[in-house]
Design a protein. Structure first.
Length: 730
């Protein structure tokens, strides 16, 4: 599998030159003496620590020796991972752990992760104390009349120095959470009251229903909401107490390798933000993300207090087809064929998911509690669940009086088995050419990357032939990946739509098409700016063991555009900028700690496409339209409001002041924000190819995902502006 890493650091990528990183020597577990750990160690840790250390020092792009200076940086990161919110450990706890600050390198060498276990034990002890503290605080009414405030940014507060200070910090946190829950109850009651009073079959009725839907909280049925403020406050405290009890129970029972994982990842992030250790369970989730399918029952689950709740059924999945399981059901126990039922109350979500997933054709039995309180057992035969949203999708866009335009949405660069993003795009571009569309909008918004070779192949479908991306490793060796075959699948006008979440492989594709002058890049901001290549190193294979160690996602190379510029930190700058709905969020590579710097190498010789457009004039026409578009101008206003709140992290705890602040903020944002659901469709959307629609589920419920996707696309102002830009390109 060849991949460029996802911007969010949760989609590993492999070198474009080999199926895995250049293998390190076979590594054996350390046989040196090790101090007794404060808590029982996983027997895999010695091999894991030694293997990771060797890979980081010998195969990482920077080839850094893991020494005391790196250990000190990793220690600071470790404390953030252990207690990011500064809600558990006292200053004295952190000081006690400081003896390990420059010894993380020594611990990995010795294969004895004492810091990880001492930190874990210390954290669990504090969780037990906070558990009692929170239960006591929530057992009686909280004071919402005192003129206090709470600071929400943990970076702006110091760790608590005493137990009393820790208790006071939790008291304020709980007061705020109770206010928020009571506010949610009031919103629900107000929205339902408006919907009930609105005239039937009126616009006001529809708007009231829409507001009621927005205020809906499925975990808090309307019938359970008290009508008086004291009763609402009491319910909020009761619900919070139950929720925290379950949360603290899970925190006191960490999963295997969790302590080691926290320490190792604190170390890896000091080298760069995209080098990560993935324990076996995380690796399984990555495989599902990259393939777009899994074998199971087709249900999304989430934690709810002590229980695991069904949050959604995948249309067409095994549970959908069979019937009986519904969103909101609580799973009490799980049993596989030939095994006794396992009670899963208070069990971690990952562990439950692992029990329910399984091979196609096998049976899993779930004991569930329905909304009315009765319990039943469902036996479901597992099947392959295809996650359609993970795959490319095409449509034809038609505006009144304008020629038809093609649209392709590519959510990631995927590819395992028979289905790959390159094959899907080749088919969709071929379909667009056959239909003789006036141009194509290729939407890469929120596409965080994936398989690097697919980005190269897709670029090759749009140019005649030539280089696509240059790759340089830590030893300075450069390689050029490109398209050697003559001809294009699609040779018409093309726009590539990007945003700040378009990363890695997306930047390779967009950057190459911009360097060739093959497409106009339209975006809401420069792209993410990730110009590094990762490989998945199978730790068992490297160590020569069979211990189920997981994998290390390791940065081994940098990639460069055809122009010679790296996309690192700078990203791809759009030719035409549109209002950014996420302009208040800092998520680009340049904002990440330990991000590698921008660099430049010689350009790769290539033939320009000679795009026949005058870019300044094209951008000016677009800016004129955007300035007159009420939706896009309102989005810019909403972003300005949210930006102004960025540093407003001190919140009042007086109920009156908190409610006044909430109402003011809500009114400001509503005045500045467009409701895209209420905006009239801008164009007609027709899917390019018929996507098989699963048969209706129990009760005749149909799969409306395609309908909802088309409706959203028809109202999308950014795609609409791309269609107008294509018209200007003639």
């Amino acid at each position: 599998m060849i991949a460029a890493c996802n911007a969010k650091s949760n989609s590993p990528g492999e070198s474009p030159h080999q199926a895995q990183a250049a293998p390190a020597p076979a590594l054996a577990a350390s046989t040196g003496p090790a101090a007794a750990a404060p808590t029982p160690k996983d027997p895999r840790e010695a091999t894991l620590a030694n293997t990771v250390l060797q890979l980081l020092e010998h195969e990482h792009l920077l080839h850094k020796t893991i020494d005391d200076s790196i250990s000190k940086a990793a220690f600071a990161s470790y404390l953030d991972r252990l207690d990011a919110g500064k809600l558990f450990l006292l200053k004295s706890d952190r000081d006690a752990l400081a003896k390990y600050a420059d010894k993380i390198d020594d611990e990995l060498n010795a294969g004895s992760l004492d810091l990880a276990h001492e930190g874990e034990k210390m954290f669990e002890d504090r969780v037990a104390e906070v558990d009692k503290m929170v239960a006591e605080l929530l057992a009686k009414p909280l004071n919402h009349d005192d003129d206090e405030t709470i600071e929400l940014d943990p970076k702006k507060v110091q760790p608590p120095a005493t137990d009393d200070e820790l208790r006071d910090r939790w008291r304020k946190k709980l007061e705020l959470e109770v206010l928020e829950r009571v506010g949610t109850m009031e919103d629900r009651l107000d929205a339902e009251a408006k919907a009930a009073k609105a005239p039937k079959d009126s616009k006001a009725k529809d708007e009231a229903k829409s507001e009621a839907k927005k205020a809906d909280d499925r975990s808090m049925p309307l019938a359970t909401i008290p009508k008086t403020l004291p009763e609402q406050e009491a319910k909020a405290r009761t619900d919070l107490a139950k929720s925290y009890k379950a949360r603290f129970a899970r925190l006191r029972e960490p999963s295997k390798l969790e302590a080691a994982s926290d320490l190792i990842n604190a170390l890896t992030t000091t080298l760069d933000p995209h080098t990560d250790y993935l324990p076996p369970s995380d690796k399984a989730n990555f495989d599902i993300e990259m393939s777009g399918s899994l074998e199971g029952i087709g249900a999304a689950l989430r934690e709810k207090d002590d229980y695991i709740e069904v949050s959604e059924l995948v249309p067409g999945g095994a549970a959908w087809r069979q019937g009986g399981l519904s969103p909101g059901d609580l799973i009490l126990s799980v049993s596989n064929e030939g095994a006794d039922p396992v009670d899963i109350v208070n069990m971690r979500l990952d562990d439950v998911v692992k029990m329910i997933r399984g091979k196609k054709g096998t049976v899993v039995s779930l004991r569930i509690r329905k909304a009315d309180g009765h319990e039943e057992v469902l036996s479901i035969t597992r099947d392959v669940v295809v996650i359609e949203e993970a795959y490319a999708r095409g449509a034809l866009l038609q505006k009144k009086g304008a020629p038809t335009v093609g649209y392709i949405h590519l959510p990631s660069f995927y590819g395992t088995g028979k289905r790959t993003s390159a094959k899907d795009l080749d088919r969709l571009f071929g379909e667009m050419k056959t239909r003789k569309v006036a141009g194509v909008v290729l939407d890469l918004r929120s596409n965080g990357g994936g398989l690097l070779q697919d980005a190269v192949d897709i670029t090759g479908e749009l140019i005649d032939q030539g280089p696509v991306v240059q790759v340089r490793d830590s030893r300075g060796k450069k390689d050029v990946l490109g398209d050697d075959e003559r001809g294009e699948t699609y040779d018409g006008p093309l726009i590539v739509l990007v945003d700040q979440f378009s990363a890695s492989a997306s930047e390779i594709l967009a950057g190459a098409l911009q360097d060739y002058h093959r497409a106009v890049i339209v975006g809401t901001s420069p792209t993410h700016g990730k110009g590094t290549v990762q490989t998945l190193a199978d730790l068992d294979r490297v160590a020569g063991s069979h211990q189920d160690l997981g994998v290390l996602k390791l940065t081994i190379e940098q990639f460069y555009r055809v122009s010679g510029d790296s996309t690192q930190q700078r990203g791809v700058q759009p030719d035409i900028l549109l209002p950014n709905p996420n302009g208040y969020i800092e998520t680009r590579e340049s904002t990440l700690e330990h991000s590698l710097p921008f660099s430049h190498i010689d350009q790769a010789p290539h033939d320009d496409w000679h795009l026949n457009v005058k870019m300044p004039a094209l951008a000016e026409k677009s800016a004129t339209r955007v300035a007159k578009d009420p939706v896009l101008t309102k989005i810019a206003s909403a972003v300005a409001v949210l930006k102004s709140r960025k540093d407003d992290t001190v919140v009042p705890l007086s109920m009156k002041k908190w409610e006044d602040r909430r109402k003011q903020q809500k009114a400001e944002l509503e005045a500045a924000s467009p409701d895209l659901e209420k905006v009239a469709p801008r164009m007609t959307v027709t899917t390019v190819e018929d996507t098989p629609v699963p048969a209706p589920g129990p009760g005749g419920k149909a799969d409306d995902r395609i309908t909802r996707w088309k409706d959203s696309l028809a109202r999308d102002p950014w795609v609409d502006e791309c269609v107008s830009i294509l018209a200007d390109m003639k």
